[in-house]
Design a protein around this ligand. Sequence first.
Ligand code: PXG
Length: 464
Amino acid sequence: MTVINTNTPTAELQALDAAHHMHPFTENADLARKGARVITRAEGVWLNDSEGHRILDGMAGLWCMNVGYGRKSLVDVAARQMQELPYYNTFFQTTHVPALALAAKIAELAPGDLNHVFFAGSGSEANDTNLRMVRHYWQSLGKPEKRIIIGRNNAYHGSTMAGMSLGGMGGMHDQGGIIQDIHHIGQPHWYSEGGDMTPEEFGLMRARELEEKILELGADRVGAFIGEPIQGAGGVIIPPSTYWPEIQRIVDKYDILLIADEVICGFGRTGNWFGSQTMGIKPHIMTIAKGLSSGYVPIGGSIVCDKVAEVVGKNGDFNHGYTYSGHPVASAVALENLRIIQEEKLVERVRDDIGPFMAEQWGSLGDHPLVGETRIQGLMGSIALTPNKEKRAKFASPEGTVGYRTRERCFANNLVMRHVGDRMIVSPPLVITHDEVAELVKRARKSLDEAYAGLKADGLLKSA
Ligand code: PXG
């Protein structure tokens, strides 16, 4: 058998990849023609590919690599746990130390009475748990009709049936339809959708769509509202200050559970342990994943408040769980990851030091002719690309054309900066240094300059 490793020539690796590996969110035939970039190693905030490039990872992997690549203590903990107890389940009246210790640690870090954790293998699975738990909760209270969950357009809550249905990505809904009794309202995306309103007026208007939807459907039929404190995959959309307080007022008024999807915002990204703290909301359930283990191992979960956990815990079995709920290796690594975040004060670092520095640097891109706005909270930021700053205009070209071209320039300049439509987004590891932030922004500006020149040459700077 031929041995395949990182010394195998890139073309051979790409050919094997194209022949056998189906990539997520990808047209595989198209990728096969181009050949996927092969990532081979990483350290800190830097990736290496099979062609010898050194790439600055402005996305922390997929929003998850909070403590940075190459942490030996996480490797050691995983190896030790694999030797001691590589696997056991948490079904059938058993537990083990890594899972219980991690649950206790998460309960300590989570605000208020969010004291209970149901583990999953990913953020999507955790949102499946949430959907089932919310319905079970209301059913247990004798209100089985309170089964509707309201989410938002352009939200991302994962890719399983429940995650995809709760999310508001049209392109996903179109491929096979969504689960019944899930409804969506508009997103608090002032820059694109706010028209002549002030951000504050628009935030209130979008929050009040929740109240309208509840009244339309009947409060006795609505069980929960789900939202990301700051939308990530939708384009790093930081809601106007009026938005979340009004959502909180509405869910309280109509006795509806609030689920905060903290998969991206959690574990320091916004300058607090949780995005809910940054936005001043009190959810009944939080979805977690990604930064919980800094992506070193797959793990997710739901942090559940006392009120919900009590009801779910005493009305017969909650018939739900995963083989890998509370997996011992994943739990041990997550626990060590949280220890690192705490010991190195990474949350405080984002709030008081690297976050403000990044905000200043990122904001400096605002003078670029392609940039309509820069937004950032902690270490998650976005740029709106526009052909006309004053009018917040969209491009005449199909949405995403300009974003894609800008992303290609970033790629060429060895910077991972993503695009969502015609927005550019960043979310670097929380350990990024000041020099690395300056380098990131330098490469971003160079990429914007090159994109701008190309768009000008091709006559693509026209407004819609
Ligand atoms: N909720 C949120 C808020 C997420 O961002 C999930 C749930 C699902 O987590 P899992 O672990 O099942 O992937 C996510 C995941 C993108 C992108 O294009 C974002 C995610 C996943 C894949 C791509 O930005 N976020």
